[in-house]
Design a protein. Structure first.
Length: 325
């Protein structure tokens, strides 16, 4: 018997594109350095599991995120993924400034992302700039990337709450989203960086973005599971028509600049929910669970994903039963 049983719900998208962030956002906060070859194998396994958008790394200064200091070494190890696969695999990378963009373009990156903040406190902590100063810094990055033929994603952190400022006014988030779109970003990822969003808040932000002429088709959602709300928030976004959801294999991740940020929404938990709703993702859940279990072994601790734990436990029980017989 195959579980979960498929019971579609009305008004939801037929297909969702998962923007896999495990290799970048998931690993960036790890204290012990993960070998470059392990990162490359992780990305390759994620692609084999059917993920077609895998954020590979960040071209940030090594001083700020030491875990990603090997971007130049890693990207060439995985840049041939599309050539080796029947499907097209996008490998977006984070670029904090023009220097980072130069490094990424030199290696052939075709999808890049900039990382903005909806709040002044986080902009100062993460970028050492005000919100508007950061936007001014990103403007030439976005325009040059577009001129080079690359697509650009705009990440927006602290869309639902900030550890220093508390609640973030919706209008404040809308203003920065509108600025990112106006400078040329193709897609915006709305980040619940410390995991405080609730479903009603998600619906209100999406509605007000639409009122400000930000189309739902240009939006993605990025939820952290600090209070166990990530799937509920994702469901609210799906009801609104969002079809791109960020997730991290095995639930890896946090944010080095916001200590209250816990793990990202686990890709396996997301896929389990979507499969039960009859929503296509193209992801093989069994292969993905095996990949996250493999990575958890490399990190020396179990995966926080409930689905990984449940299915891994089931597999081990079935293995024990077969040995007994």
């Amino acid at each position: 018997m195959t579980l979960p049983m498929v019971v579609p719900a009305p008004g939801l998208p037929a297909r969702v594109r998962i923007h896999e962030v495990g290799a970048r956002d998931g690993l960036q906060n790890e204290k012990a350095t993960v070998p470059t070859e392990v990162k490359a194998e992780f990305i390759r396994r994620l692609a084999t599991a059917g993920l077609t958008t895998i954020e590979a790394t960040s071209f940030v200064h090594p001083k700020w995120v030491p875990q990603l200091a090997d971007a130049e070494q890693l990207f060439p190890l995985v840049s041939d993924l599309s050539e080796l696969s029947d499907m097209e695999v996008a490998l977006p990378v984070l670029v904090p400034n023009e220097r980072g963009l130069d490094r990424a373009l030199a290696l052939g990156a075709r999808q890049v992302a900039v990382f903005a903040s909806a709040t002044e406190s986080f902009a100062k902590a993460n970028l050492n700039r005000t919100v508007d100063e950061a936007l001014a810094m990103f403007e030439p990055v976005v325009s040059r990337a577009k001129a080079a033929g690359a697509s650009v994603r705009g990440y927006l952190s602290m869309c639902f709450g900030d550890p220093w400022e508390g609640p973030v006014p919706v209008a404040q988030v809308v203003r920065v989203c509108r600025a990112l779109l106006d400078m040329g970003c193709d897609e915006l990822s709305l980040g619940d960086t410390i995991g405080v969003a609730t479903a009603g808040h998600v619906r209100r932000l999406l509605a007000e973005l639409n009122e400000a002429s930000v189309p739902t088709s240009s939006l993605a959602v990025h939820f952290h599971d600090t209070y166990g709300q990530a799937l509920a928030n994702t469901y609210a976004a799906l009801e609104h028509g969002v079809t791109t959801v960020d997730a991290s294999a095995g639930g890896l991740g946090g944010c080095p600049f916001a200590k209250s940020a816990t793990g990202n929404l686990a890709t396996e938990d997301l896929v389990w929910m979507l499969q039960g709703l009859g929503i296509e993702t193209g992801v093989d859940l069994t292969s993905l669970v095996a990949t996250s279990t493999w990575m958890a072994d490399r990190l020396g601790r179990p995966s926080p994903s409930r689905t990984v734990r449940a299915l891994s436990h089931q597999d081990s029980e079935e293995s024990t039963e077969s040995e007994e017989h």
